[in-house]
Design a protein around this ligand. Structure first.
Ligand SMILES: Cc1cc2nc3c(=O)[nH]c(=O)nc-3n(C[C@H](O)[C@H](O)[C@H](O)COP(=O)(O)OP(=O)(O)OC[C@H]3O[C@@H](n4cnc5c(N)ncnc54)[C@H](O)[C@@H]3O)c2cc1C
Length: 424
């Protein structure tokens, strides 16, 4: 069990944020002989790990060291940490604790039983390393003091030679997410890339979406990608090229969700459209034109053999722009150009979201402390020696599928190793 020790203290390392990155860093720095204090304000420990992966924590991805799975102003920043501490090293630890796990989909590793096992493992590692806990404890202020930092907390003042900020991102404020780390970075004059919700469902105006509301609950595999609207040539020049995903899409009452849209949302900016192929891997226009000869079936029946029935029927008009009644006409009666037009709309359905479900529903934050400010080998500020940032608070964001935890483990590891090697 974690202990809250009240009172002041003097440490080699103070870590604020006892989530994935904070606990992993504390355990490793403590294990290498540093006197570490780990501070968190939340009444319940590591809530984000607890709710992750639907309660089973998708704790890494077998491809988690592939740099093209990460976004940010400079994703290459993450390369050193991911190479230094690849997924296999974290998997070894999980195995040592005899935590059962399985690969679910495309390299995603989930606990067989519960995310609680990952939390218990991290707590055990911290306790084994002699980490001192301060929780639930809020940090009121941080100031430079001699060679280190002085933190004023609810549990007295803490002096530490090094300060590690591991306060995570802004998603899900009701379980303790704050912008504390970003404000601290600004207090020390560091650049912060504007945060925005990512891995988040996208929404549409009521006017654009009313016709799609009856489709809520329909799910299907699609090909999807952002179509950027290059309004700002400077910003768009720095944009990561949008990736095309083939994943499941879910229609909701307010817009689109499911892995396809969550993945795409990380590349989306206001004004961008989404281009969706509702029948990936098929050549619908060619098929329909071929089916014309002697075809007695209604067009909607043929579409329902390829798409979810409700989508083919209720979605015919909003998706294709043609009246629903047209769907019941025999395929043989359609001119080729109408079938080609219909197919184009189904295989290249284009809609412009008006926004997202925001921090309440986002799984991760894009933006954060600029990687230009940090040394990728130590996660230390280039300008403020002794100040480190790890995990989601840094401007590195992983794809859906275990990549964000892998970034937390890898960035925590290089930070812990560097701190104990660098000494003062
Ligand atoms: C619903 C959901 C499901 C997810 N599922 C997955 C998944 O399956 N796989 C995956 O890879 N990623 C998943 N993620 C993302 C993943 O949880 C985060 O990327 C990861 O937890 C980031 O680790 P971190 O240590 O940087 O931050 P966190 O784990 O969020 O930890 C930050 C800690 O800082 C503390 N803190 C914040 N502000 C303060 C303050 N002012 N003072 C003191 N303490 C503070 C918080 O209480 C928290 O304990 C999911 C996220 C959500 C919201």
């Amino acid at each position: 069990m974690t202990r809250t020790i009240k009172g002041p203290g003097s440490f080699d390392v103070a870590i604020v944020g006892a989530g994935a990155a904070g606990m992993y860093c504390a355990a490793q720095a403590g294990g290498r002989g540093a006197r570490v204090v780990l501070i968190d304000h939340a009444p319940r420990l590591a809530e984000k790990i607890r709710i992750s992966g639907g309660g089973r924590c998708n704790f890494t991805n077998l491809e988690g060291d592939q740099i093209d799975r990460y976004l940010g102003d400079d994703p290459l920043f993450a390369r050193f940490a991911l190479r230094e501490h690849p997924p296999a090293e974290f998997v070894d630890l999980v195995r040592r604790y005899r935590i059962g796990f399985h690969e679910k989909h495309r390299g995603q590793l989930f606990c067989d039983t519960s995310a609680e096992e990952i939390i218990a493992m991290l707590v055990a590692e911290c306790d084994r390393a002699g980490v001192e806990w301060r929780r639930p404890v809020a940090v009121r202020s941080v100031a430079r003091s001699g060679q280190g930092f002085q933190l004023q907390t609810d549990a007295g003042s803490i002096d530490a030679r090094r300060l590690v900020v591991a306060t995570g991102g802004l998603p899900v404020p009701k379980i303790g997410a704050t912008d504390w780390g970003l404000i601290l970075a600004k207090q020390f004059g560091l650049i912060v890339v504007e945060p925005r919700p990512a891995l988040v469902p996208l929404t549409f105006t009521a006017q654009d979406w009313t016709a799609f509301v009856p489709l809520a609950g329909i799910s299907l595999e699609v090909g999807i990608q952002v179509q950027p609207q290059s309004v700002d040539p400077v910003a768009s020049g720095r944009r990561t090229k949008p990736v095309r995903f083939v994943e499941d899409l879910l229609f909701t009452h307010r817009g689109l969700s499911g892995p396809a849209v969550l993945q795409t949302s990380s590349f989306w900016r206001p004004g961008d459209a989404l281009q969706v192929n509702l029948l990936p891997g098929q050549e619908l226009a060619k098929d329909l034109v071929q089916l014309k000869s002697g075809g007695r079936k209604a067009l909607s029946t043929i579409l329902a053999e390829r798409l979810p029935r409700r989508l083919a029927q209720d979605g015919f008009e909003p998706l294709t722009g043609h009246p629903a009644a047209l769907g019941s006409s025999r395929i043989a009666d359609f001119p080729d150009r109408v079938l080609e037009d219909l197919s184009g709309r189904i295989q290249s359905w284009t809609m412009t979201p008006s926004g997202s479900e925001g921090w309440r529903k986002a799984e991760v934050m894009r933006g954060g402390v600029s990687t230009r400010e940090l040394d990728p080998r130590t996660m230390e500020s280039r300008r403020i020696p002794g100040l480190h940032f790890i995990g989601e608070v840094v401007d590195i964001t992983g794809w859906l599928g275990g990549y964000n935890f892998q970034w937390a483990w890898s960035s925590a590891t290089v930070c812990a190793r560097a701190m104990t090697e660098l000494g003062d």
